[in-house]
Design a protein around this ligand. Sequence first.
Ligand SMILES: Cc1ncc(C[n+]2csc(CCOP(=O)(O)OP(=O)(O)O)c2C)c(N)n1
Ligand code: SF4
Length: 296
Amino acid sequence: MSSESACSTAPAALTAKDFRSSLKPIWCPGCGDFGVVNAIYRALAAIGRPPHEIAFISGIGCSSRIPGYTTAYGFNTVHGRALPIAQGLKMANPELLVLVAGGDGDGFSIGGGHVPHAIRRNLDLTYLVMDNQIYGLTKGQLSPTSNRGTKTASSLYGSIEDPVNPLLYTLAYGAGFVAQGIPGDLDGLAKLIEEAIRYPGFSFVNIQSPCITYGEECNQVKAQKANMKKLSDMGHDPADRMKAMELAGAYGSELYTGVFYRNPNPGPTYDSYIKGLQSELAPQARPLDSLLAPVT
Ligand SMILES: Cc1ncc(C[n+]2csc(CCOP(=O)(O)OP(=O)(O)O)c2C)c(N)n1
Ligand code: SF4
């Protein structure tokens, strides 16, 4: 063994602990978001990029606190505006791994109009929605994914609206990667998040993350674990988009977990397309010197 190889030290592999910040979560004890953040730590350790190469953008809500509990760069932005800010950041620094997080209210109510455009633009972002079918932070009002009939302190007679279906919504707009997980299946959720990050383009993971304080009984961790049906056990082929849409149609009645759809031939991302255009246009561009030359 040469003296050089004896002395060289390979960088230590990252572990989940490297992504845990010193900030103590203030979620209610038992909130599903504890499991989600743990799954995120594990996924990031598996990806292996150091925290300073990662930026985590969120909106406002209990779930949107997540960036602060990681060691990545983070921005707890404005309710419903995480996606536009994340897209701007990715354009400004395409080398960053950009994650986006928030609640179902943040993503499909006030921010719902941004989702189709983020999908069709196809920047390489991963969007994690903690879908608890309620507004948690503001103390339990109906959210866009609340089931018909859900009773809350501000809807004593129960919801008289059908919920938005986040899986069909994102599939219908053409997202290349759509999955669903639960914190009760921590291993499965960590793998889904890792896979979503590795997908080259916009990826979406709907995480049914129970709100222990205002959520419905049938959506709590134990009930979810008992009801969960893994798509992989059902023989679902994630390349089959039409079947994915059929399965996604059961949102609200069946709790399917796993990858609904992964585009087998991902198209170019917005960032790569812009880079290509820039190099095509480069020969015609005037050198900076000629622009700065004094006019005679
Ligand atoms: C522009 C704006 N409108 C409304 C609010 C109030 N508000 C804060 S969080 C929230 C909803 C939270 O629900 P969700 O996004 O589902 O996240 P959760 O707290 O359940 O994780 C609302 C309505 C706000 N902060 N800003
Ligand atoms: S209110 Fe619900 S979503 Fe918010 S921290 Fe408590 S349990 Fe979690």
